[in-house]
Design a protein around this ligand. Structure first.
Ligand SMILES: *[C@@H]1O[C@H](CO)[C@@H](O)[C@H](O)[C@H]1NC(C)=O
Ligand SMILES: *[C@@H]1O[C@H](CO)[C@@H](O)[C@H](O)[C@H]1NC(C)=O
Ligand SMILES: *[C@@H]1O[C@H](CO)[C@@H](O)[C@H](O)[C@H]1NC(C)=O
Ligand SMILES: *[C@@H]1O[C@H](CO)[C@@H](O)[C@H](O)[C@H]1NC(C)=O
Ligand SMILES: *[C@@H]1O[C@H](CO)[C@@H](O)[C@H](O)[C@H]1NC(C)=O
Ligand SMILES: *[C@@H]1O[C@H](CO)[C@@H](O)[C@H](O)[C@H]1NC(C)=O
Ligand SMILES: *[C@@H]1O[C@H](CO)[C@@H](O)[C@H](O)[C@H]1NC(C)=O
Ligand SMILES: *[C@@H]1O[C@H](CO)[C@@H](O)[C@H](O)[C@H]1NC(C)=O
Ligand SMILES: *[C@@H]1O[C@H](CO)[C@@H](O)[C@H](O)[C@H]1NC(C)=O
Length: 277
């Protein structure tokens, strides 16, 4: 299997987390309603859509932006994107126990993300892009066992990229471009990852790209680290991520000698001092 990089996934840890949290799952749709009303109470809605529509005289399943699933008629989706909302995400969000889709893209949400997001064990899609969130990306997000898409681009997130994100074996897309991330990129120690694209462009990440990260990303198609402060040499192991289509490492201070095996590559932006062998 030359050219790909495998490591066995160890499910035990996530399984135990999952057990611990399911005991805390809240029991019926009334809890979903309480959680959504808490969210509404933390919002300013200049178009006055939610105050009129999110009314307790009707089922939450008829509320704008809310989708219910077959699963005991609980809330499974929340889409409040492009509504000019501002405000905060309250900790009660963690009580939407069956939520699998959550998008509040393109609003003006502020503050930091509550750790309770980590209780959304069915969450597959999280899109908080184009808001004004700040603070650290909670490392607890690494315990979301079904997360496939983590979209946090164009906010003011600070601090380090949490190591725990490498632990989400279901994750396919990470976009945290256009934020204020600092520090070194964590190396991936344990997990096999199904990551398809990772975009960390336009941050302040520094130090070297850890040599081991490409050993655990056999599915990688697109990698974008441009406009950071990365230095040192690009790990040679990137050469054997064979499915890669797009690479953009421009505007860093990287060097390297790479022996590529990239039959699907459509574009590549590295730096001038790369040598191909
Ligand atoms: C939901 O559960 C609470 C207690 O946890 C109970 O008081 C309430 O009646 C239940 N609501 C429905 C709609 O079953
Ligand atoms: C809320 O909006 C939905 C979708 O437009 C509509 O079907 C529902 O009747 C509205 N509910 C109320 C109470 O206005
Ligand atoms: C979410 O809402 C936005 C704006 O109304 C819409 O464009 C988008 O298609 C919705 N997404 C989903 C998955 O329904
Ligand atoms: C929901 O979440 C809040 C804060 O995380 C908590 O205090 C509350 O007890 C939870 N349960 C219900 C049923 O609202
Ligand atoms: C990642 O998962 C492993 C077990 O699979 C666990 O031991 C480790 O603490 C996790 N790392 C982080 C940073 O969450
Ligand atoms: C990440 O988000 C930015 C801003 O929306 C976008 O320009 C970029 O194409 C996204 N990256 C990927 C890999 O989709
Ligand atoms: C690569 O990233 C730079 C930002 O450093 C951007 O200007 C350029 O358009 C990107 N190249 C491609 C092919 O997307
Ligand atoms: C990946 O590439 C490195 C250096 O180019 C090589 O030594 C290593 O054996 C390769 N790993 C796999 C799993 O193919
Ligand atoms: C770029 O990296 C080289 C070493 O690889 C170092 O000598 C140089 O100072 C760095 N330049 C900048 C602008 O950081």
């Amino acid at each position: 299997m030359k050219g790909t990089c495998f490591l066995n996934f160890i499910p035990t840890f996530l399984f135990l987390v999952s057990m611990a949290y399911s005991a805390m799952e809240v029991t019926n749709v009334t809890a979903d309603q309480t959680a959504l009303l808490a969210l509404k109470a933390h919002l300013t809605d200049p178009h006055n859509i939610l105050p009129n529509n999110w009314s307790t005289t009707a089922s939450v399943c008829s509320w704008i932006g809310v989708t219910c699933g077959a699963q005991r008629d609980r809330v499974s989706g929340l889409n409040l994107s492009h509504m000019s909302l501002s405000g905060y995400i309250p900790s009660e969000i963690g009580n939407l126990s069956f939520l699998s889709f959550l998008s509040i893209r393109n609003n003006n949400f502020q503050g930091s993300l509550p750790n309770e997001l980590a209780r959304l064990l069915h969450l597959e899609y999280l899109d908080f892009g184009f808001n004004s969130f700040t603070g650290d990306i909670p490392p607890s997000l690494g315990s979301l066992p079904k997360l496939k898409s983590l979209l946090l681009e164009a906010n003011f997130f600070l601090g380090n990229l949490p190591l725990s994100l490498w632990n989400i074996s279901s994750l396919q897309t990470i976009n945290i471009s256009y934020n204020q991330l600092h520090g070194f990129m964590p190396s991936s120690i344990f997990s096999r990852s199904s990551l398809y694209t990772i975009d960390l462009s336009f941050n302040h990440l520094s130090g070297e790209i850890p040599a081991d990260i490409f050993n655990h990303l056999p599915e990688l198609r697109g990698i974008y680290f441009s406009r950071n402060r990365l230095s040192g040499s690009i790990p040679r192991t990137i050469g054997n991520c064979t499915l890669i289509e797009e690479i953009n490492f421009s505007e860093n201070n990287l060097t390297g000698e790479i022996k590529p095996n990239w039959p699907f590559l459509t574009y590549l932006v590295l730096i001038s001092s790369i040598e191909f062998q």
